[in-house]
Write a protein that binds this ligand. Structure first.
Ligand code: FES
Length: 507
């Protein structure tokens, strides 16, 4: 299988919405039509606000289309959250997870969205059989926090023995793009406006009370702006020192229907693996979805081996696993202290909000973020505000924070190294590499057919050198996770400007 693509994109038809042309005005301008942006837009429209939603590409074209769409407990274990933030705040986080999952369920029911939403149990298992000290610690703390959890000898219904594990009751899963499509239709039906192919490129302060969001073909004046773009593009530095971008890899493999019980499972290893099942329509098979093998974005140029590792891990545990029919990768933003950033953008005053730092729990964090931002804009008290505040200092993750900053600084050394190849003749068809001429680093892609595509390797965010990603055929920035197509278009922020198109000098 050469191409990549998520099961969700292959099995959903998304509505299309016209681009923004000229000027418009609304109470709220939301940027990004993933789960964070659409949930925020939907909730505020329902409260009587006028909302315009801008999307650079199409609804769900970003990370929501690349997730595995599970609702399970925080990626950062509760016993670590309690140690860092105290019992009351850890309980608050647990509460926000429970309420976010409940909100999605209630929206699905109220709007009649056909997205296979189902409540499932989630199992935390040891990666090394019966090495369960951290699982035992988690058990003690989750009970103290009032999370619905029990310790089992093994995950029931599986062929392999997982070892002692925790069962978290009442977690959930769904088809994320069918959910987004339903949410978009419900939002528009209530009077909301969506503009696709309308990339926001800047936010200006019009007055204390009003902002202008600029796109290439128009602008929106709004009293409040919500940046729901996975990582914020308007904040050049501050937020990008508080979180790091990681790539994660996913396979979808056929399994006979009902051979594996519906459930979520994840282990405590490093790298770790996560598992869910998807039943797509009336086909004869279920799809076993297994992900993991995370690494810092832009820091593995030939990451295909990670899909191989996932396949081996899966076949060793699930002998029912058959053909690999989907493979894809996504990006997660890892906050230094393990807790998402939901609320006012620190650099922008009172009326610009961000939802970022998903930490592999995007469905839950984005929904909780939408609830919190809705309350902030409506002037309601929300007790989650302090724990999720983007302005908080990373005092509870200082070690991780420092290590990530050192890693970023090291990436700038690419500018004094040689290129990866001497000439384009050394680049295999379909691949890309960096070529140096003098002080310029060229990002050169040789298509299977057609002319070379030559770009500046200088990331348009803060100038790191992008690296080739052979698995996704993109240029990825190792500093803060921006990604670009082979023609230079920004695929993932914080960069919004394309890579500069150049020509190689003649020798
Ligand atoms: Fe920040 Fe590239 S993403 S320099």
């Amino acid at each position: 299988m050469d191409s990549t693509g998520s099961i969700w994109k292959a099995t959903a038809e998304m509505g299309d919405y016209p681009p923004l042309e000229g000027g418009a005005r609304a109470d709220v301008c939301v940027v990004g039509a993933g789960i964070a942006g659409l949930t925020t837009a939907y909730l505020l429209q329902k409260e009587g606000k006028s909302v315009i939603l801008l999307e650079a590409m199409g609804v769900g074209s970003g990370e929501t289309g690349r997730t595995t769409a599970h609702f399970f407990p925080p990626d950062e274990r509760y016993h670590i959250l309690e140690r860092k933030f105290g019992m009351a705040r850890a309980a608050m986080i647990a509460d926000s997870y429970r309420m976010a999952t409940g909100l999605v369920e209630s929206i699905v029911q109220e709007e009649g969205i056909d997205c296979n939403f189902m409540r499932v149990d989630g199992y935390l298992v040891p990666q090394v059989h019966n090495q369960i000290q951290s699982i035992e610690r988690e058990y003690v703390v989750t009970q103290r926090l009032g999370v619905e959890v029990e310790m089992l000898e093994r995950v029931p219904g599986l062929v392999f023995d997982t070892g002692r594990c925790l069962r978290f009751a009442n977690n959930a899963q769904f088809h994320p793009l069918r959910y987004l499509d339903g949410l978009a239709r419900a939002f528009v039906a209530r009077g909301g406006v969506i503009h696709c192919n309308s990339r926001a490129v800047g936010i200006d302060k019009l007055s204390k009370e009003e902002r202008t969001v600029r796109t290439l073909n128009g602008h929106v004046h709004a009293a409040n702006v919500v940046l729901a773009t996975h990582t914020p593009f308007n904040d050049t530095v501050v937020m990008h020192t508080k979180q790091a971008a990681y790539s994660t890899y996913v396979l979808g493999m056929r399994v006979p229907k009902d051979a594996i019980p519906p459930m979520l499972m994840w282990d405590d290893g490093d790298p770790y693996y996560y598992v869910r099942l998807a039943a797509i329509d009336e086909g004869p098979d279920d799809i076993l979805i297994v992900g993991g093998q995370d690494h810092k974005t832009g820091q593995d140029e030939v990451p295909q081996h990670r899909w191989h590792e996932i396949e081996m891990w899966t076949r060793n545990r699930f002998p029912q696993a058959g053909e690999v029919v989907y493979r894809w990768s996504g990006e997660v933003m890892e906050p230094a202290d393990g807790v998402a950033f939901l609320g006012n953008n620190p650099m922008d005053g009172d009326n610009v909000y961000i939802i970022t730092g998903d930490s592999g729990n995007g469905m839950t964090h984005c929904t909780a973020g939408a609830m919190l931002v809705r309350d902030k804009i409506l002037g309601r008290v929300n007790e989650w505000e302090e724990i999720y505040a983007p302005s908080r200092k990373p005092i509870h993750g200082v070690g991780d924070f420092a290590a990530e900053q050192i890693n970023v600084v090291e990436q700038y050394a690419d500018w004094v190294r040689g290129g990866e190849v001497e000439t384009p003749a050394h680049i295999a068809p379909g691949e890309g590499a960096l070529i140096r001429h003098g002080v310029t680093l060229y990002a050169v892609h040789r298509p299977v057919e057609g002319a070379l595509q030559v770009l500046s390797a200088k990331c348009t965010h803060l100038g790191c050198a992008v690296h080739w990603n052979s698995a996704e055929k993109s240029w990825d920035c190792p500093c803060h996770g921006s990604r670009f197509s082979t023609t230079g278009e920004a695929l993932h922020g914080p960069a919004v400007k394309p890579l500069q198109i150049l020509s190689l000098p003649r020798d």
